[in-house]
Design a protein around this ligand. Structure first.
Ligand code: BGP
Length: 484
C-alpha cells in the first residue's frame, strides 16, 4: 500500500503517550526495606557477566527519587508510565510472607502517578526473580514457579487492582529465556540448554495464562497481556529457500510466543521441528485448554520494538546462535548469528545501525503492527521503543540528543501510518524515561529523556537533567502528535 502521500492522522485524543522502565534497572535500594535478593543481584556479581561489572545496587536510585522522577513525567505531560514491580520486594523469599514495605512502595508510585493523571501500567515480571526460588527449585525450570508467580500476581491484583487498569504479565519472555538458557548472557547463565529452554518457556506461558485467568476470576476488568520483544523479519531476496528461511524464523522466533498469547497454541511447523530434534516441551494434560482460555481473556499484544532483521538460508555448517554481542558500543563488534540448517540474520544493507549494532528501522514498527493486526486482530500496546546512545552533558547541563528525537519521530510517523491502516494502537511507551542501567551494557548506553548523572562507577551526583528530547516529546504529547 502506498501511503507515502497520506498525512499522518492525529493520534486519538485518548492515546496513551508513555514511557517505560524496569525495577532492576532504575530502583537501586537492592537490600532496602526488606527486599529479598534476586537472580540479577546474584548474577551481576559473577565476574565478566556485565559491562565493567555494573550492578543495579544503586541503579539511578529511583527508590529514593521516585517523587522527583514522576514530577518530571507530569511536567512532560506523560499519559502513562509503565514500570515493573520487583517480586522480591513483595515476597522477599518469592513466596511466604508479604513484605508490607514493598507493597507500600509501589502503592506510593501508583498514587503519585494518579495524582498527576498519569495512568500506571504495571509489568508484573521484568526479569528479576527472587533468588530464593532459584535456590529452592531452579526458578523457571520447575513447574512450581507457576503457583508462586500466580500468588505474587494475585497479591498485586488484590492491592492495586482498583487503581491499575493496564497489566503486563511478563516482559519479553522470548529474551529472558533465550539469554538465560541458550546464550548464557542472563541468569541462570546456561548455554545451549535447548530442551530446558522450551520447558522453561512452557512454564512461563502457564504462569502468564493462570495469572490472566486469576485476574478475571478476581473481577479484574482492566486490560491485560504480555509484552513480546518482536523483531520482524524480511527475506533477503526472492529465492524461495530464503523466503522459507524467513518463514521458519517467524515460526521459531516470533509466532512461537505470540501464537500462544493470542491463540493458546504452538505453531505447528515449529513444533514438528522441535519434536524431531527432541527439544519440544512436556505439556501436562489440560495445559493447552488453560492457554486457550487465557488467550481469549487477553485484551492486547504488548510489543517491545527495537529492530528488524534479515533472513537468509543458513547451511548446516553455517553460523550458530552463539556469537559475540556488542556490549561496548564499539560499532561493528557484533557477530552474524543464525540457526544451522534454517536461517541466518545478515546485516540489512539499506539500514543504519546504532553504536551497539542494532538496526534502525522505523518502518519495522509499522510492519509489527500490521502483522499483529492481521494475524491476531488484537489491539496493540507499544510497551518499549527507543534508542540507546552515548549522550553528552554539555555546558549549562544541556544534552543535545537530536539523534534520539529523529529516531523517535521517524518511528512515530510509521506508527501513525499503522493507525491509518487500521491498526488499533492504544499506547506508545518509549524506552526509557530517565537514563537507567542497561542489563549488559552498563550506564553508558543511555535511553532516557532525562539524563542521570552517573556512570559505570558508583558515585555520580544522580542529579537529573532534561535532555532536548524531553521538550520535544512534551510538545508531541501536547499536540497529539500532529506536528510529527
Ligand atoms: C529490552 C528490555 C529492557 C531494556 C531494553 C534495551 O529488551 O525489556 O529492559 O533493557 O531492551 O536493551 P539494552 O539495555 O540491552 O540496550
Amino acid at each position: 500500500m502506498d501511503m507515502e502521500e497520506m498525512k499522518v492522522t492525529r493520534f486519538p485524543k485518548d492515546f496513551l503517550w508513555g514511557s517505560a522502565s524496569a525495577a532492576y534497572q532504575i530502583e537501586g535500594g537492592w537490600k532496602e526495606d526488606g527486599k529479598g535478593v534476586t537472580n540479577w543481584d546474584t548474577f551481576v556479581r559473577i565476574p565478566g557477566k556485565t559491562y565493567k561489572a555494573t550492578t543495579g545496587d544503586v541503579a539511578v536510585d529511583h527508590y529514593h527519587h521516585y517523587k522527583e522522577d514522576i514530577a518530571l513525567m507530569a511536567e512532560m505531560g506523560l499519559k502513562t508510565y509503565r514500570f515493573s514491580v520487583s517480586w522480591a520486594r513483595i515476597y522477599p523469599e518469592g513466596r511466604g510472607t508479604v513484605n508490607e514495605k514493598g507493597l507500600a512502595f509501589y502503592q506510593d508510585i501508583i498514587d503519585e502517578c494518579l495524582k498527576y493523571g498519569i495512568e500506571p501500567m504495571v509489568t508484573i515480571f521484568h526479569w528479576d526473580l527472587p533468588q530464593a526460588l532459584v535456590d529452592l527449585y531452579g526458578g523457571w525450570e520447575s513447574p512450581n514457579i507457576i503457583e508462586d508467580y500466580v500468588r505474587y500476581a494475585r497479591t498485586l491484583f488484590e492491592h492495586y487492582g482498583d487503581k491499575v487498569k493496564y497489566w503486563i504479565t511478563l516482559n519479553e519472555q522470548n529474551i529472558f529465556t533465550s539469554l538465560g538458557w541458550l546464550t548464557a548472557q542472563h541468569p541462570p547463565g546456561k548455554f545451549d540448554a535447548q530442551k530446558t529452554f522450551y520447558q522453561v518457556n512452557h512454564h512461563a506461558f502457564m504462569a502468564h495464562a493462570k495469572a490472566v485467568l486469576a485476574y478475571r476470576e478476581m473481577g479484574g476488568k482492566g486490560e491485560i497481556g504480555a509484552s513480546f520483544a518482536y523483531t520482524p523479519s524480511y527475506a533477503i531476496d526472492c529465492k524461495p529457500i530464503n523466503a522459507m528461511a524467513k518463514r521458519d524464523y517467524d515460526e521459531l522466533k516470533n509466532f512461537w510466543w505470540m501464537d500462544v498469547y493470542a491463540y493458546g497454541r504452538y505453531p505447528k511447523a515449529a513444533m514438528a521441528y522441535l519434536k524431531k530434534k527432541g527439544y519440544a516441551p512436556e505439556i501436562a494434560d489440560g495445559d493447552m485448554d488453560i492457554l486457550k482460555k487465557a488467550a481469549s481473556e487477553i485484551t492486547f499484544m504488548g510489543v517491545n520494538y527495537y529492530q528488524s532483521c534479515v533472513c537468509e538460508y543458513n547451511p548446516m555448517d553455517g553460523v550458530t546462535p552463539y556469537g559475540t554481542m556488542n556490549t561496548t558500543g564499539v560499532k561493528g563488534s557484533a557477530q552474524e548469528l543464525g540457526m544451522q540448517g534454517i536461517y541466518k540474520n545478515p546485516a540489512n544493507p539499506y539500514l543504519m545501525t546504532t553504536d551497539w549494532d542494532w538496526t534502525i528501522d522505523p518502518m519495522g514498527l509499522r510492519f509489527c503492527c500490521r502483522e499483529i493486526t492481521s494475524r491476531y486482530g488484537l489491539p496493540i500496546v507499544i510497551s518499549e521503543n527507543g534508542l540507546g546512545a552515548f549522550d553528552k552533558k554539555t555546558e549549562g547541563n544541556q544534552i543535545h540528543d537530536e539523534y534520539r528525537i529523529h529516531y523517535l519521530k521517524e518511528h512515530l510517523k510509521e506508527l501513525g501510518k499503522a493507525i491509518e491502516e487500521g491498526c488499533e494502537i492504544w499506547a506508545y511507551c518509549t524506552w526509557s524515561f530517565t537514563d537507567l542501567l542497561s542489563w549488559l551494557n552498563g550506564y553508558q548506553k543511555r535511553y532516557g529523556f532525562v539524563y542521570v548523572d552517573r556512570d559505570e562507577e558508583d558515585g555520580g551526583t544522580l542529579n537529573r537533567y532534561k535532555k532536548d528530547s524531553f521538550y520535544w516529546y512534551q510538545d508531541v504529547i501536547k499536540t497529539d502528535g500532529e506536528n510529527l
